[in-house]
Design a protein around this ligand. Structure first.
Ligand code: BGC
Length: 338
């Protein structure tokens, strides 16, 4: 455990470096949030390794990225929500969040709901093929709009998210051991534990490294989403001919049929979240012990991914939303370096 003043020292220095390299303050905001991201222990309870004290609320861990000052992909500034006003149970009559729904959503693409009042909707239920249930239990609906189960975010509407209420995603974490030239597992210099590697993509929308996950289509089985998203983002299957797609499918089906470890299921502290729309995910680890089948995969970025590569699983590698916490869980489960 690194002492908090030491972390502050490093954050200050990395911030300074970001400024010197001319990187935008959003990068520095993301960095700060990374250090406040939450982690799992082996018993699946949450811990913080933040600069501040762990902040637990009755509904779970306090969301942080969901209150990031500027809403992603816009000039919209969230109404600042202090930690002690996040929970809806805290009376706050002065709360005046900004309303924001991105034009990409209001122009009614297939993946987005219409405005409230303009369609009939069943919250906390399977609504036709759209799953509007939450892994967090039943959420409140006020004035016809669903309320974020983790509390206030400073923005109402849907922002960049298509669905009112939960927006379901799935995250495939494909891993292998880092091997030396003789095929032996490589231990980490400090922890002495073997190092895992996972397939990571660089998201086009924010430039952050992430697990190659994506949204569950209406009526789609999560197991299918996991394999489809991996194929689209890490293997660029969308650009393949039908016959190449069939070959690829045959090649990775064994891996995705193997018993994966479900490392997380629930709310994601995602910067796109609003008071009325939020991300939830199921993250599953598929591990190739020998590395033989996954090492040969022709990694090629596609769809929402700008780059793809094998990355060492390590706590110092900053990742999108809560993805770091999913990898920590994988490392613990497999007794790997973290
Ligand atoms: C991403 C997932 C992520 C989820 C929640 C989705 O857009 O594809 O990887 O876990 O959002 O942040």
């Amino acid at each position: 455990m690194i002492h908090s003043s030491l972390r502050r020292y490093w954050i200050g220095h990395i911030r300074l470096a970001l400024t010197l390299f001319g990187l935008p303050s959003a990068a520095s905001c993301a960095l700060n949030n990374h250090f406040r991201d939450y982690q799992f222990s082996s018993t699946l309870r949450y811990h913080y390794y933040s600069t501040g004290e762990p902040v637990m609320t009755s509904s779970g861990v306090l969301h942080v990225k969901s209150r990031c000052p500027q809403y992603p992909g816009s000039q919209v500034k969230r109404c600042p929500v202090p930690d002690d006003k996040v929970e809806w149970s805290q009376n706050w009559p002065e709360y005046s969040p900004v309303s924001h729904t991105d034009p990409a959503v209001t122009k009614k693409p297939k993946w987005a709901d219409p405005e409230i009042g303009k369609f009939s909707v069943k919250f906390n239920a399977l609504d036709g093929e759209v799953d509007r249930t939450s892994f967090e239990g039943n959420y409140r609906v006020e004035n016809g709009k669903p309320l974020n189960p983790r509390g206030r975010t400073g923005v109402t509407g849907r922002g960049l998210l298509g669905r009112w209420g939960p927006n379901h995603a799935a995250d495939p974490i494909v891993t292998r051991w880092k091997m030396d030239k003789k095929g032996a597992k490589m231990p980490h210099a400090v922890s002495k534990r073997p190092i895992l590697q996972f397939v990571s993509i660089k998201r086009k929308d924010c430039g952050e490294w992430a697990i190659p996950g994506g949204m569950v289509d209406p009526g789609e089985q999560i197991s299918l989403t996991l394999q489809r998203e991996f194929s689209e983002e890490a293997l660029n299957s969308l650009a393949m001919s039908a016959s190449d797609k069939t070959k690829l499918h045959a090649r990775i089906t064994n891996l995705f049929k193997s018993p994966g470890i479900e490392v997380y299921k629930g709310y994601v502290d995602d910067p796109r979240n609003t008071d009325n729309a939020w991300m939830e995910t199921v993250a599953v680890n598929f591990h190739d012990e020998s590395g033989d089948s996954v090492s040969e995969l022709p990694l090629q970025a596609g769809d929402d991914a700008g780059q793809v590569q094998w990355v060492d699983v390590d706590s110092s590698f900053p990742l999108y939303a809560s993805h770091s916490s999913f990898l920590e869980r994988v490392a613990k489960e497999r007794s790997a370096h973290w």
